[in-house]
Design a protein around this ligand. Sequence first.
Ligand code: CP3
Length: 351
Amino acid sequence: MTRLFERAVRGEPVERFPVWMMRQAGRYLPGYRAIRAKTPFLELCRTPELAAKVTLEPIELFGMDASIVFADILLTGDAMGCEVTFPETGGPKFLDPIRTPADVDRIHAADDERTRCVAETIAILRRELPESTSLIGFSAAPFTLCAYMIEGGSSRDYLITRRFAHAHPAAFERLMGLVADALIPYLREQFEAGADVLQLFDTWGAVLEPELHRRWVIPMTRRVIDGLGADRPPVIYFGGLGGEGRLRSGVETGADALSVDWQTDLARAYATVGDQVRLQGNLDPAILLTDPKRIRARTHEMLARVPAGKAHLVNLGHGIHKDTPTENAAAFIEAAQSFVPTQEAGADARA
Ligand code: CP3
């Protein structure tokens, strides 16, 4: 039996829409907070039994249709020679960011000893998850990992990264290529360990101007997806915040589905991509900070904008906020799973 989530990612007919949430294993959950009170973030990522436990908590509480392995996109940068830390406040930091073309020489193929923990967590999860729950493996997309390695951490505008791309195009392209080539075996290893679907996060993919986006962000993502080989599992690409205008180019990555943020109108997004890819998203995570009644209503309103016959992947437009009450998360999952999609072709898409 193929699982509901995997049928939907492949665009096969579904009786209802599957749902999961980005950052579903995280600080809004009491069990996660209890474990984190005793365990530093990186140690948690690198201890497969604990990482698996944290991954399972939301599935046990809410019964989502897909589970995403607990890890972080920055682990691969660390394994490539750019050491990362996760201080308790202020967000992750690369200790010695890439600031000059010569710094790119320090970057090497990922040391798989340092990332193997993720495949090990996946192997445990595939045994412990309910048979009907799909398991998602993930990595950054090349641009977003490069942006963190250059910037050194989170940033409002990624000015240092944008300057680097303009000032040192050859070094930037070399770094992007090294990162893309490191992500391929990392994702392949997750697939072989039991991941059913892979998601590539390009959270900052939309910050570059269109010309540079076309030149690097899309082709380097495509290089990763193509590099996974003909037998690869379905791939979902999250092309970044504020990326509504980038849906057409997202199709060119070769991904099976595009994950869209809340600033994108779903009916318009479907009109743009047609039958070329599936779509995932896109409720504003801020709605989950309101109340269950409003969450149910807004989730059903959003899903009513999905054209008839489409197999939509229900999700938030970005990660769940850490202050979300658990009953509100439950209301979102329940609303998504109780929604009855319109089946007749040609029904009003309400564009
Ligand atoms: O549940 C899941 O989604 C799986 C695990 C997961 C985490 N990070 C755990 C995490 C996933 C898929 C990610 C992806 C990730 N990590 C992204 C892409 C998605 C996005 O949010 O845009 C990015 C940009 C990162 C880098 C990162 N990791 C940042 C910027 C931060 C700090 C910001 C924050 O939200 O605190 C992290 C830390 C992090 N990664 C946490 C979690 C649960 C919080 C750490 C904690 O417990 O203190």
